[in-house]
Design a protein around this ligand. Sequence first.
Ligand SMILES: Nc1ncnc2c1ncn2[C@@H]1O[C@H](COP(=O)(O)OP(=O)(O)O)[C@@H](O)[C@H]1O
Ligand SMILES: [Mg+2]
Length: 277
Amino acid sequence: MIRVEKLRKVYKVGGEKVVALDNVSVEIEKGEFCCIVGTSGSGKSTLLNMLAGLEKPTKGKVKINGQLVNKMTEKELAVFRQNNIGFIFQSYNLMPTMTAVENVAFPLMFKGVPQKIREKRARKILAEMGLGSRMNHKPREMSGGQQQRVGIARAFVSKPKVIFADEPTGNLDSATTEQVMKMLLDISQKNDITFVMVTHDPELAKMARRVITLKDGRVINDTRDGVSLLEEDEKIAESFEEETAGEQPEKQAEDEQPVQVPGEQEVSNGHSQAISQ
Ligand SMILES: Nc1ncnc2c1ncn2[C@@H]1O[C@H](COP(=O)(O)OP(=O)(O)O)[C@@H](O)[C@H]1O
Ligand SMILES: [Mg+2]
């Protein structure tokens, strides 16, 4: 479902090179629930952003469903994300002026779903997530855990093939974290969705079948059901064939700024939000 070959990302900060990711090769299966773990600064968010096409790698390949994400133009990426990908954010990124139902129904607008059907589907999924009595509440009228459940419902409502989540429980207390994590595992499995989640919490990652551990931008451990996949990852790296035609030399690519998401919109908390999802 997701295949990463020899991924490398170098940032340049004031003349200094920061190697955020180096030689990362992994394959995530369809329907797999995968946690990316590691301490702060180990490259987790960089990897997730590159999987989702939010940033371009310096070198290497990202394939989702056989499509080369790192070669897509911004327009192609926007359409690809709309049809295939959902996001869940640590800071929820809900629209503050919209109710829970409106927030969840919102991504369906871009798919041309009529309003009545959009809201019906939003109500159904919110009810399934135990938010039946919060349908018409605005984000500030809900607890953090409730807001994140709205954020989760919004990511799942269009039944994407893949969902990416960066520290989705990072702002929640431990009891709520466990509830939300169980919900994510359950709803992903029921809908056969490939789920890739970043967390700095190794205990939380233990709840997932697949755990990829990063350190200093490298994969130092990769397990499925506790069995190491590092040998397989090595084979993926060996299969990598560099495409020289049209490829930018590393020096130029390193200067690249993070790619902006089309349709991205500033919301009042200062975080940007991919409204098209
Ligand atoms: N936009 C950027 N510009 C420069 N350096 C960056 C940028 N984003 C991340 N880094 C650096 O890359 C490394 C990995 O960062 P990140 O992927 O955010 O780690 P994590 O999510 O595991 O905490 C860190 O050293 C960080 O400082
Ligand atoms: Mg991070």
